[in-house]
Design a protein around this ligand. Structure first.
Ligand SMILES: Nc1ncnc2c1ncn2[C@@H]1O[C@H](COP(=O)(O)OP(=O)(O)OP(=O)(O)O)[C@@H](O)[C@H]1O
Ligand SMILES: [Mg+2]
Length: 431
């Protein structure tokens, strides 16, 4: 049965030209995709719309954040660029209408068929830029029970041709912006590292001398007030030492001493180190770990420093007494993908119900020496950032003042074989 016409030609033209106009104003990829999906829904009656874009690092087409389908077998849905679906789309350069083209559906790999079923997709529209398939839009069945007809396809073609170029442009713009921020951050850390390496030795020697002299003199002091002053000087000397130590972590070349780490066990050990602090501060903990109990290849000492600093930051953020708020530290592991190249990553997510970070300060928290604490060095997250990058990982923060903060550390997934993984797990359970 042909689809009933929902819109007049004039109305369709208006939607398309409004979309066209909006493209010149929007440079943000997510906004663009949100805009695109709402235009699609104006033009055809459809509920489920997913936009997948090619990601170079993984060689896969991955769903855009704004349009995430439910995972299959707890893995995010992606399509290999060399898989049968995208092969078909790039050879034919035509939309694929599954409810009509049964032969094409049968030609696809079973796992591709499963993914399409999970997404309830009926119409798959390739997005083409300069002879390359840059992505595809997956539309569910029409909600009125009718089949997509020639008019639908013609209208959607116009929309998608415009969208493909705009999305490509937005991606390039985003990559450029991110590259500049990273270069700026990495440059500053490198300069700091060079300075630190030069100065650390010169600073530490006299510091050691000062510390031991004060300790020696303190033995003869009977006046408790003066004794306290001496103790304060030692605390300050230790603080300088901590700063120098922190600066040195920037200076060290990224020589990773990577070993296999069972992440759940590792986190539980670190949290037990903090258990008395958590108890005295009445902080509840909640763990949501992946059932697959993953291991990752990482530098144990660096990972320890990263997580301890992040945990301590969350604990500090929940210090302020606020009887109306429960204090909860949630630690999760999730499967995810790297932001730019979609390499499979393990995400460690640390959430707190602390004071949160005002929007205007979010960008600064990874800067060396940025601190809002009287006792802080402001080096904790800058060091974390350097260590995570050294692991080819990513670190992200989301925060809402008065509600809490969520910090996500993404590290590349371990690529060891299943047998090895099995052995490692056994060795853990034997302990
Ligand atoms: N979970 C969080 N909640 C609220 N603010 C946070 C959180 N994590 C970090 N911050 C903010 O970011 C700043 C920088 O953190 P960073 O770990 O680099 O240094 P610090 O904690 O102040 O000092 P140090 O790590 O030496 O103790 C903190 O002072 C705080 O203002
Ligand atoms: Mg800190």
């Amino acid at each position: 049965m042909p689809a009933a016409k929902l819109m007049s030609n004039q109305e369709i033209k208006t939607v398309l030209s409004e979309f066209n106009r909006s493209l010149t104003l929007i440079a943000d990829k997510s906004l663009l995709i949100n805009n695109l999906t709402s235009r699609i829904k104006q033009l055809v009656p459809v509920e489920r719309v997913f936009v997948f874009l090619f990601s170079e690092g993984s060689g896969c087409y991955i769903p855009e954040e704004a349009t995430q389908p439910e995972p299959v077998d707890s893995q995010p849905i992606t399509f290999n660029a060399h898989g049968k679906l995208f092969n078909w789309l790039s050879v034919n350069e035509l939309p694929l209408l599954i409810s009509i083209q049964h032969d094409v559906l049968e030609y696809l790999d079973p796992h591709e068929q499963r993914k399409l079923m999970q997404m309830e997709s009926d119409l798959i529209y390739p997005l083409k830029v300069m002879n390359q398939i840059s992505g595809a839009v997956f539309l569910g069945k029409r909600t009125d029970g009718l089949t997509y007809d020639k008019d639908d396809l013609a209208t959607l073609s116009l929309l998608f041709n415009q969208a493909a170029f705009a999305i490509e442009h937005a991606i390039l713009y985003e990559q450029q912006k991110e590259r500049i921020t990273k270069m700026y951050r990495a440059d500053r850390l490198a300069v700091l590292g060079e300075l630190a390496a030069g100065a650390a030795h010169e600073i530490r020697n006299p510091l050691t001398a000062i510390r031991s002299t004060i300790q020696y003199l303190a033995r003869d002091i009977k006046d408790p007030e003066k004794g306290e002053m001496m103790a304060e000087v030692i605390t300050e000397v230790d603080r300088i030492n901590k700063i120098v130590q922190g600066l040195l972590s920037f200076a060290r070349p990224s020589d990773l001493n990577a070993t296999l780490i069972n992440i759940e066990e590792f986190i539980m050990q670190l949290v037990s180190l903090l258990s008395s602090t958590l108890q005295t501060m009445h902080i509840e903990t909640e763990f949501r770990f992946l059932a697959s109990n993953p291991t990752i290849n990482a530098d144990r000492e660096q990972l320890r420093q990263i997580l301890l600093n992040v945990f301590m930051n969350s604990i500090d953020a929940m210090k302020k007494p606020d009887p109306s708020k429960s204090r909860l530290l949630t630690i999760k592991t999730e499967n995810t993908l790297a932001k730019n190249n979609s390499v499979p990553m393990l995400a460690l997510i640390i959430q707190d119900t602390g004071c949160g970070i005002p929007d205007e300060n979010i960008e600064m928290i990874f800067n060396p020496f940025y601190t809002t604490k009287s006792e802080g060095t402001g080096l904790g997250l800058a060091i974390c950032y350097g260590f995570v990058r050294g692991h080819n990982g990513e670190i992200e923060v989301q925060s809402e003042p008065g509600v809490g903060t969520s910090l996500t550390i993404k590290l590349p997934q371990n690529t060891i074989g299943k047998n090895q993984q099995h052995e490692i797990q056994n060795s853990y359970s034997r302990r």
